[in-house]
Design a protein around this ligand. Sequence first.
Ligand code: HEM
Length: 152
Amino acid sequence: MKVIRSTSPVLLFLSFVLLFALAPVSSASAAGLADGQYSAQYVVWKADSDSTSTANTYFEKPAKLVVKDGKIKAQVTLTNSSWITSFKTLDQGVYKDAKVISTNTAANKRTVEFNVNSLTEVIPAKVSVTVPAIGYTGNYDIRLKFDAASVQ
Ligand code: HEM
């Protein structure tokens, strides 16, 4: 007597359809990024509300993502670089200086890199600003929010 019946091909097919229907829409979600380079949209939010910070203007879009061994690093270009004397992001509970990758003195820009543990989590950051000509200085908390769905 045959005890174990083989799964019907129709059932198997339907299971697959269900599996894909329930899978996350974004193929490029944080966890699933294969090693390589991507671009991603992001926005700089104020410290205490999900609204655009003044700092957003000075962060070029999109960011470049460099994924290696499943770890994501983001590279962003800061404009008016000489005014932005410090830029740190929260990484494993510690604010760390974003690493300067390149500087374009003529354009007054610099590209910096920092770790991104999850593309769906908001990244707290700190920025220090000095505009000597008008005597403006500020040390601000800001937050970076990536748009995981924009990764390509
Ligand atoms: C001529 C240049 C600038 C002027 C006149 C200016 C002026 C101001 C003023 C009046 C405020 C509100 C008062 C305060 O919270 O202190 C402010 C807030 C702020 N500024 Fe500036 N700013 C300049 C450049 C920058 C730059 C280059 C950055 C960063 C890249 C920046 C980041 C911020 C942040 C993060 C805040 C806190 C409120 C928010 O997140 O929107 N500012 N700025």
